[in-house]
Ligand binder design. Structure first.
Ligand code: PEP
Ligand code: MN
Length: 359
């Protein structure tokens, strides 16, 4: 078990040293982390109940927490309130429900702007578009790369929407940061630890998709890699896992949403598009995600999916997306609850945010 002593912001250097000394006397190897606002002193080992109570009484100690999970910065045990991330004025997490939409891949300027305008008009708050596509086959379209990033930045500026795009290689982190507002870590790269460390060194939000065979704990450990580098702007995404169900591309694990919310303060989205693999199933899964408390959905939209270079069968048409936005707004109002760490219902009001009508 791990013990974390959270110091008060007013604690002095002597107070901190006294806590470290006391832990050493208890036979614990203390590790100190000086944050911007607070210092945390932690130790792993066999910890007696008395030790917790004794440490709690030392001068400058705010509280002592016993961490039972392998992740800690991602855990609600250390950070009880929902994390809310501000991305160019769009708030993600807590009571806010956001819709990210756009094409799977940036194929051309015309397509990106056409779809971008359509999703913006319908009320999506963040624009998606892949420039580096991690395809299962090396012979499939791999994305436009840098040219795609430039188009995405142009569309984001013109439409006044923050943008998200996938980064697949630690060497591309710098260039992607220049052009996009949010890093997407794809399901296939969820455990690319060097990539996670690299995006963790930036100050841009990181949207981590659950690997198709990853457990929830593994997803939270991936978040921990980013958080451990000082980047606290992490968003998680359930995008479907492998099961024996073969009618859909992947099985959307809706239970992952409340389970993650119990264990972590980080916002969690669902991706109905990659889970369904078929456009006619996307609206139902998107609504299901919001009903179970997701902080938002990420949806692939294409104006001519039969010509799409990537993921055409799962792309919804702009008209259907517009209708889905209306349905999502209604469901978010109705399902105005979040499951808390204790399984209680917390009746904070939730609504779908949009670039269009969010004040
Ligand atoms: C995508 O968002 O286009 C994508 C490739 O998703 P995933 O990593 O979940 O397969
Ligand atoms: Mn896709």
């Amino acid at each position: 078990m791990e013990l974390v002593v959270v110091m008060r912001s007013t604690a002095t250097a002597d107070d901190k040293a006294a806590v470290e000394q006391r832990m050493a006397d208890m036979g614990l190897a203390a590790h100190r982390a000086d944050g911007e606002f607070r210092t945390m002193i932690s130790a792993v080992g066999t910890i007696a109940v008395d030790s917790t109570q004794q440490l709690e009484q030392l001068v400058g100690v705010d509280r002592v927490i016993a961490v039972t999970q392998p992740y800690r910065l991602a855990s609600r045990e250390l950070h009880e309130a929902d994390t809310i991330i501000d991305i160019k004025g769009i708030r993600v997490g807590g009571p806010h429900v956001n819709v990210i939409a756009g094409p799977c891949a940036i194929e051309s300027r015309d397509l990106l702007f056409e779809v971008g305008k359509a999703v913006k008009d319908a009320g999506a708050s963040i624009l998606r578009g892949g420039a580096f596509k991690p395809r299962s086959s090396p012979y499939s379209f791999q994305g436009l790369g840098l040219d795609g990033l430039k188009l995405l930045a142009e569309a984001g500026n013109e439409l006044n929407m923050p943008t998200i795009t996938e980064v697949t290689d630690p060497r591309d982190v710098e260039v992607v940061a220049q052009y996009a507002d949010i890093f997407q870590i794809g399901a296939r790269n969820m455990q690319n630890f060097n990539l996670l460390l690299e995006v963790g060194k930036t100050d841009k939000p990181v949207f981590i998709k659950r690997g198709m065979s990853a457990t929830i704990t593994e997803l939270l450990m991936s978040a921990e890699y980013v958080l451990s580098q000082g980047n606290h702007r992490v968003i998680l995404c359930e995008r479907g896992i492998r099961t024996f169900a073969d009618e859909v591309r992947f099985t959307l694990d809706v239970s992952a949403v409340p389970v993650i919310q119990q264990r972590s303060h980080l916002p969690v989205f669902v991706d109905p598009s990659h889970a369904a693999g078929k456009r006619d199933l996307v609206p139902a899964l998107a609504l299901a995600g919001v009903v179970v408390g997701a902080a938002g959905v990420i949806v692939e939209v294409h104006s001519c999916p039969e010509k799409a270079l990537c993921d055409g069968p799962q792309a919804v048409l702009p008209a259907r997306f517009r209708k889905l936005m209306e349905e999502l707004r209604q469901v978010a109002e109705l399902a105005g609850h979040r499951v808390t760490a204790w399984g209680d219902k917390n009746s904070s009001h939730r609504r779908v945010e949009s670039g269009g009508w969010m004040s």
